[in-house]
Design a protein around this ligand. Sequence first.
Ligand SMILES: [Zn+2]
Length: 247
Amino acid sequence: MANESLRQQLALLYQLQEHDRELLSFHQQLQIIPHRIKQLEASVTKYRDDITVKSNELAEVEKLQRSKNAELEMNEVQREKYRNEQREVTSNDAYTALENQIEFLEQKDGETEEEILELMEKSDQLKEELAALEADVVREDKKTTEKITKFRAEQKDLEAKINEKLEKRNTFLPKIDKKLTTQYRRWMERHKTDFLALGKNGTCGGCRLTIQPQNLKEAQKYEKLVYCSSCKRLLYVEPADPDIPFP
Ligand SMILES: [Zn+2]
């Protein structure tokens, strides 16, 4: 006669194993999410850093422009001073010397004006690049926010699933013999793979090898624990009677 209680124990242990496998997968999925969120945030930060670098560059160019303009203004004042002095001088030589000074300043101004033009072109170009970067960051920010929102929803969903699984697990865990759950736990810790193997069509579901006929016969009695002789997993074999539910 089949020992019904041992068969039920094996069925419950199988359920426990299935629950634990799903729980592990949920936990693994949950663990990656914060990492993914960090990666997304880092990509936006990179865009913002690019903007900061470009803005600093633009500020430098504009500062240089202002100093060049100030130079022009100073030269204008100086020239005005020379012109006033020209009105006062009495010798021709002194007048010519002042004239030379004025010409020298005008020549310098010509060079400065060219430099200012170059700086204006440079700042226009930087402003264009900055506008493009800002459009990029807005787009990236939107995309990232959407993805992060999705991840957070996924996180909540996984946490709910884990809680649900744990609750269910707790309902049948006390029904399983402590000796069995201890064996199960030890095996899982050591091997990180299934402890209970389903035996179907005379084959061990753990190692895919044929179960020895003597072992199969014993296992189908559900009187004692029977282990696969090749992979050493605990066997839960299909009952000979097709009316008995399996697994
Ligand atoms: Zn096996």
